[in-house]
Design a protein around this ligand. Structure first.
Ligand SMILES: C[S@@+](CC[C@H](N)C(=O)[O-])C[C@H]1O[C@@H](n2cnc3c(N)ncnc32)[C@H](O)[C@@H]1O
Length: 300
């Protein structure tokens, strides 16, 4: 295959109308019967309407599948082929993932595989739908956070997840002993996806709300505060993050780029925190802090 063709992918997309309840399941079954592997079917939501997609390197293969689907003359389903350039399909591949180990005890399983996939006995499944939100668990910054939360397993009850995305870190926390979870994201679409993920994993989605940490009105404190945000936002919201942690309890942050590592560390030195662990990867770093027992900090 030539170099140019390697940069191209063809997407067969099935947009299901709002009246097509249950059609997605039938279509998935049909695709599988045609030889498409379940893990190659991408489920997502476009403006609240469900859609399925399958990706091919060859236009002929995509055309052949699209034709077979069109012959079904399904009501409420539109079949489309899209030519994607590498920059576009890299985004698509982020949600095109297979089950994988997130931590020692947790395995991320794409939500559409629920009921069809059995994880290894020693691992608990976290069913995640990543459509329209960051947080499949594949990104280094999320993996670091999951590891830090698991490290504190059983030592916290209340958990505050700032920039929840798919809700993945809250789900990790619930699996590690959290009883009360508060999760915010300034993107309301993320909150919808996170709510779905709570439900798929049989948790009540009570504490989820759209909100911006830079204008966050609540004064409650938590046993564990988690924030996977870019360095600039972590630094800007530093005081708020620290204030939301109960004395003697935990703060984990991720999303610190290695080039901003020193700047971040310097800017957090002024807070009453003890650093328990630093994880450095190829591009990012994460920190686990413990707030001093008798810490009093003025601010938001
Ligand atoms: C890097 S993603 C982390 C998602 C998930 N928590 C994870 O660890 O995979 C950052 C998330 O924070 C949200 N976010 C960014 N700035 C925010 C802010 N000021 N307040 C609340 N959420 C914010 C974004 O919408 C995005 O979903």
């Amino acid at each position: 295959m030539g170099k140019g063709r390697d940069n191209v992918l063809y997407e067969v997309r099935l947009n299901i109308g709002s009246r097509g309840i249950g059609v997605g399941e039938i279509l998935e079954g049909f695709l599988i019967s045609l030889g498409v592997r379940p893990e190659d079917i991408v489920e997502s939501t476009q403006k609240t309407k469900p859609c399925l997609a399958v990706y091919f390197k060859s236009y002929r293969a995509s055309k052949s599948l699209a034709r077979r689907l069109m012959r079904l003359k399904l009501k409420y389903v539109a079949v489309k082929i899209r030519r994607l350039l590498k920059k576009d399909w890299l985004n698509a591949s982020e949600i095109r993932f297979k089950p994988f180990s997130l931590t020692r005890s947790l395995r991320v399983v794409p939500s559409w595989l629920k009921g069809r996939y059995r994880p290894p006995q020693r691992q608990h499944p976290l069913y995640i739908n990543t459509s329209m939100a960051f947080g499949s668990g594949l990104h280094e910054t999320t993996r670091f956070m999951a590891a830090l939360i698991e490290r504190c397993r059983g030592r916290f009850e209340s958990f505050f997840d700032i920039g929840t995305g798919t809700g993945i870190l809250s789900l990790v926390a619930l699996c590690c002993g959290a009883r009360k979870v508060r999760a915010i994201d300034f993107n309301p679409d993320c909150i919808k996806v996170a709510r779905d993920n709570f439900r798929i994993n049989s948790y009540k989605a009570r504490g989820l709300a759209a909100g911006d940490i830079h204008h966050y009105p609540e004064k409650r404190q938590y046993d564990f505060v988690a924030a996977n945000l870019v360095t600039h936002n972590l630094v800007k919201a530093g005081r708020t993050l620290v204030c939301r942690v109960k004395p003697g309890q935990y703060l984990a942050v991720s999303g610190v780029s290695l080039e901003n590592f020193r700047h971040f560390r310097e800017s957090f030195r002024k807070y009453p925190l003890r650093c328990l662990k630093v994880i450095k990867g190829k591009e990012w770093a994460a920190f686990l802090f413990k707030k001093n027992d008798s810490a009093r900090i003025r601010g938001r």
